[in-house]
Design a protein around this ligand. Structure first.
Ligand code: CYC
Length: 169
């Protein structure tokens, strides 16, 4: 599992080079955004249950077939599994925000996920929609808390979206 700093160090070490201007700029950007990253992670932690619940409701409002007979989130067990998955995405997104790197998502969340979903008939499109709904909610909460919108807010959610759907967003 890597973060922005260890990832950079690894790359420069492999090349046997001191940090150059580019590396220093990236480290500066990482440290300068540190307070904002932690503020958002704290906000997510404090509101995780509500975020998941509201994002779930919105998703099922937008794609009501999911919770109708024959839908993948139909039955209490599958409904709960769906919200649990949303909670996984949110929790790991908060880790990736703090790390400033998506490696934790690749390693702990995305590996083999598409195959699992395909074999269980979990639809990717609505899953991605759920991830994007959570992203938008968090960006709005951050804005209300006076945290300027920044790449680190979008990046983990967009990374999961890209990797799950293998599309460019
Ligand atoms: C921490 C990393 C991690 C992830 C990401 C993860 C996902 C994950 N989601 C699963 C199932 C599931 N996932 C969903 C999710 C959904 N169905 C829908 O219609 C919606 C679009 C969507 C919610 C947004 C559902 C309904 C199941 C149960 C499917 C079934 O058993 O038929 C399963 C199969 C095993 C199980 O039911 O627990 C896994 C492994 N597990 C992990 O350990």
């Amino acid at each position: 599992m890597k973060d922005a700093v260890t990832n950079l160090i690894k790359n420069y070490d492999v090349a046997g080079r001191y940090f150059d201007r580019n590396a220093i700029d990236r480290l500066k950007a990482y440290f300068e955004s540190g307070t904002a990253r932690l503020a958002v992670a704290t906000m997510v932690t404090a509101n995780a249950a509500a975020i998941v619940r509201q994002a779930g409701s919105k998703l099922f409002e937008e794609v009501p077939e999911l919770i109708r007979p024959g839908g993948n989130a139909y039955t209490t067990r599958r409904y709960s599994a769906c919200l649990r998955d949303m909670d996984y995405y949110l929790r790991y997104a908060s880790y990736a925000m703090v790390a400033g790197d998506n490696d934790v998502l690749d390693e702990r969340v995305l590996q083999g996920l598409r195959e699992t979903y395909n074999s269980l008939g979990v639809p990717i499109g609505p899953t991605v929609l759920g991830i994007q709904i959570m992203k938008d909610m968090i960006k709005e909460m951050a804005l209300e808390a006076g945290i300027e919108s920044a790449n680190f807010l979008d990046e983990p959610f967009d990374h999961m979206t890209r990797e799950l759907s293998e599309i460019d967003i």
